[in-house]
Design a protein around this ligand. Sequence first.
Ligand SMILES: Cc1cc2nc3c(=O)[nH]c(=O)nc-3n(C[C@H](O)[C@H](O)[C@H](O)COP(=O)(O)OP(=O)(O)OC[C@H]3O[C@@H](n4cnc5c(N)ncnc54)[C@H](O)[C@@H]3O)c2cc1C
Ligand code: FES
Length: 255
Amino acid sequence: MNARIASHLNVAGTYYRLQIHSPQIGKKARPGQFLMLRATETLDPLLRRPFSIHRINPDKTIEILYKVVGKGTRLLSYLKKDEDIDIIGPLGNGFTINKKIKNHILVAGGIGIAPLLFLAQELSKDKKNRIILFAGGRHKGDILCIQDFKKLKAEVKISTEDGSIGKQGLISELFEIFLAGNGESSSVVYACGPKSMMKEIFRLSSIKEIFCQVSLEERMACGLGACLGCATDTRDGYKYVCNDGPVFDAGEVVW
Ligand SMILES: Cc1cc2nc3c(=O)[nH]c(=O)nc-3n(C[C@H](O)[C@H](O)[C@H](O)COP(=O)(O)OP(=O)(O)OC[C@H]3O[C@@H](n4cnc5c(N)ncnc54)[C@H](O)[C@@H]3O)c2cc1C
Ligand code: FES
């Protein structure tokens, strides 16, 4: 279906925030779900591209936060306010929120922060929830939307590989230090970012017996379970990231 672009901003470097008017999707969407978007009606690139739902606004417009990495995202970045975009969604399962658990640890690597803002929005509706965000990147230009998390009363911990903001090093190192002093099995961890980061976050969470969910990114052609292109190996055999995920219990994934 086509939906109208409500705003489209370059937030920093190659990162953009796209706001789309689609109340039908806005009303149904859950944190961790994604959209398939196509920027042009031409055949190149033919396929839609998957993007996490970043935020739902009070007027039910939906936002995505994306990084330009190739042709599809470059063409997307040229679209302007009031133009139409081809969109399918919401797709996938989304994060599981256990209402009995009050400590929620969100771990983002780079653009992996995109789905976690929507998750923090949802979690902040319960005032008893403690939300802790770990945001990591190569340099300070990769650390995005921190103020948005702070407005939701999240505690924010940052690391960059070059030390240009936050603690110097990997976000998993900062997470490990935190767990040493605070980790309780009555917490839950939600991670999104490079696979190597998620693997390490899962390993560290397991030591403390903390349940960890990860949002996987596989290349997708259809996003609908039809092409079998996004298979990932799990302890129960191959599963499809678009239909069975993108969120998985980290213990289920064959790393
Ligand atoms: C469920 C899901 C949610 C996603 N959410 C976001 C999001 O919120 N914001 C965002 O910026 N990106 C997100 N992505 C990744 C995004 O879909 C890709 O960056 C995009 O499809 C690249 O298209 P392109 O034509 O610009 O690049 P291409 O020309 O197709 O590829 C350019 C480079 O990016 C790599 N790449 C492409 N797709 C992926 C992928 N899925 N995973 C890892 N590397 C890839 C390629 O290997 C290549 O090196 C998500 C992916 C999935 C599967
Ligand atoms: S992308 Fe086609 S089956 Fe998942």
